[in-house]
Design a protein around this ligand. Structure first.
Ligand code: URA
Length: 536
């Protein structure tokens, strides 16, 4: 989505910048067709061959298939368009640049014709209008969107061309067709019982937020005492790592509050100017607030709980209440798409992470005010998400399922905190064994006559870990493989191929399961233990 946004910042993007501008097409720049005041706006990917010949959307095989699922009463209320208006050569997927060049045309048409819902078929229109990817995880959901002054619901759906392929799958075909048909039926029945979308107005994104960046303890105490009064509120912390057990691990900032009232507090960010005695008092204030406040909603609560219990005490897991908007999202739909940016897109029509420029992998290096604002908006929208998702869970009678998931949270955190003792002698034994196998395999490769000939010809040692060397060797041995991926190498009946696979597999085992767990490995923390992640 950032790539697309980057392109769009260039106001010069238009047909002149697009590589499809010079394509020899029967109907270039195909205009939308159908209703001029549509209820339903159908947005496809791009014209295919038949569409280009006839100059109308969805009239080829995929189009005929799709039309079978549309309720006939609606045909006069539908408008047809595609994410891009020129047919790409060979029907390839449109590039990001092509999408960016066409985007303002499609947006303008939606704003002018004001549909209630947009049905987007496939991943391409989804990317165009939301920046999201992964149509399998998005289909069947609905997203409130705003383009300038027009708000509408976006329904991501599978693409009919995918359906034409999927229905031939003997095992899954009928299942896919039911999914496709149900998704479309749900969208049309939604139009019948329409509820206006309320996508967030981004001009208010940073409203109701107070950054407590003046290093005034009284101000922090007053603000947290106020937040503590709310029955429910959002809570988020920013840290300098994923786990609190490393030397130097620290909580940089904390943000807490509701959609109407959020505060962000610097703690140990590099720019935080607390004196040591003030920092001690600040920790006390934070602990009191955490212990004596309403339900704290986090997005992935195990993270906040692990850090806060580590630095402020495990009583926080028992003596106060917590909620988890990620667990809510999981109970509502267990597919991928549970990060906060997915949830804000789904509920409020925008990707929260796209609103910030900070490098989330190194927040201590970012400017404090940027981190505080980043932190605060996460807490603000976590609070907002908790209410909307709770209402849906209630409607679907899923609150007990969510409660059950939530009940496991602190147990898992405690298990993560307790950690596991690595069996170092055994890990070292396996490390040695793998290393020996790799040395033996490398030696055996070098003894192979074909390899020796290759080395002589190329005047260098053959490296089984270099894909260039492997491809070149296989070709010189007469095996016309296309790449050096496992399935290709497995086809080759030559000992060198088998040896290469052994070396590679051992290397993978070593780097994933062995090296990180040896003393000083990256999965062994300062206390000498492994602290994993257990999911509820
Ligand atoms: N026909 C179109 O007009 N668009 C598509 O995405 C597929 C077929």
């Amino acid at each position: 989505s950032r790539q697309l946004a980057l392109f769009q910042d260039h106001k010069s993007l238009s047909c002149h910048t697009c590589s499809l501008n010079k394509e020899p097409l029967a109907h270039p720049k195909m205009l939308p067709s159908g209703a001029t005041r549509p209820d339903v706006y159908i947005l496809g990917e791009a014209p295919g061959a038949t569409e280009d010949q006839e100059g109308v959307q969805f009239v080829g095989d995929a189009g005929s298939y799709l039309r079978k699922f549309l309720p006939s009463g609606y045909l006069k209320k539908i408008r047809w368009n595609n994410a891009i208006n020129c047919r790409p050569p060979g029907n390839r997927t449109p590039t990001d640049l092509e999408l960016a060049c066409c985007k303002s045309r499609q947006e303008q048409d939606i704003v002018t014709t004001k549909p209630k819902v947009v049905l987007g078929f496939g991943g391409t229109p989804l990317k165009l209008l939301t920046g999201a990817s992964g149509i399998m995880n998005w289909r069947g959901r609905q997203i409130p969107l705003r383009i300038r002054d027009h708000c509408f619901w976006y329904f991501p759906l599978l693409h009919p061309s995918f359906m034409l392929r999927a229905r031939n799958d003997r095992k899954l075909g009928a299942g896919w067709e039911k999914v496709f048909s149900d998704d479309i039926a749900r969208a049309f029945s939604f139009v019948e019982n329409y509820v206006d979308p309320i996508p967030e107005d981004m001009s208010t994104f940073t409203h109701n937020i107070e950054l407590l960046n003046t290093f005034d303890l009284t101000a922090v105490e007053t603000a947290l005492a106020r937040i503590a009064q709310y029955e429910n509120h959002g809570l988020d912390i920013e840290t300098n790592g994923l786990k609190p057990y490393k030397a130097g691990a620290k909580i940089l900032t904390l943000a807490a509050g509701t959609y109407e009232d959020t505060v962000a507090i610097p703690i140990r960010h590099r720019e935080a100017k607390w004196r040591p005695d003030q920092l001690k008092k600040l920790d006390q204030i934070i602990y009191e607030y955490l212990l004596n406040s309403g339900r704290k909603w986090c997005h992935n609560t195990k993270f906040e709980q692990e850090w806060l219990a580590f630095f402020y005490g495990k009583d926080l897991l028992f003596e106060t209440t917590w909620g988890d908007t990620m667990a809510q999202a999981h109970v509502l739909d267990e597919r991928r798409g549970k990060a906060l940016e997915d949830v804000t897109l789904r509920l409020f029509g925008f990707n929260i992470k796209d609103q910030h420029q900070v490098n989330v992998d190194n927040l201590d290096a970012e400017r404090l005010d940027d981190v505080l604002l980043y932190n605060a908006t996460d807490a603000k929208y976590t609070d907002a998400a908790s209410h909307v998702q709770h209402a849906t869970l209630e409607e679907e009678q899923l609150v007990p399922v969510y409660d059950q998931a939530m009940a496991h949270c602190r147990t898992l955190v405690l298990a993560q905190m307790k950690g596991m003792v690595p069996n170092t002698p055994e890990i070292q034994r396996i490390a040695k064994q793998l290393a020996k196998e790799m040395v033996d395999a490398a030696a055996a490769v070098r003894e192979n006559a074909g390899v020796q000939a290759w080395e002589k010809k190329n005047q260098k040692h053959f490296k089984p870990t270099s894909s260039t060397d492997v491809l070149s060797l296989m070709h010189s041995l007469g095996h016309k493989i296309e790449n050096t991926e496992e399935p290709e190498l497995e086809k080759v009946k030559h000992p060198a191929a088998k040896l290469v696979l052994t070396v590679r597999q051992n290397q993978k085992l070593e780097s994933t399961y062995i090296t990180p767990y040896l003393p000083k490995g990256k999965r062994i923390y300062a206390d000498g233990l492994i602290h994993g992640n257990f999911n509820h």
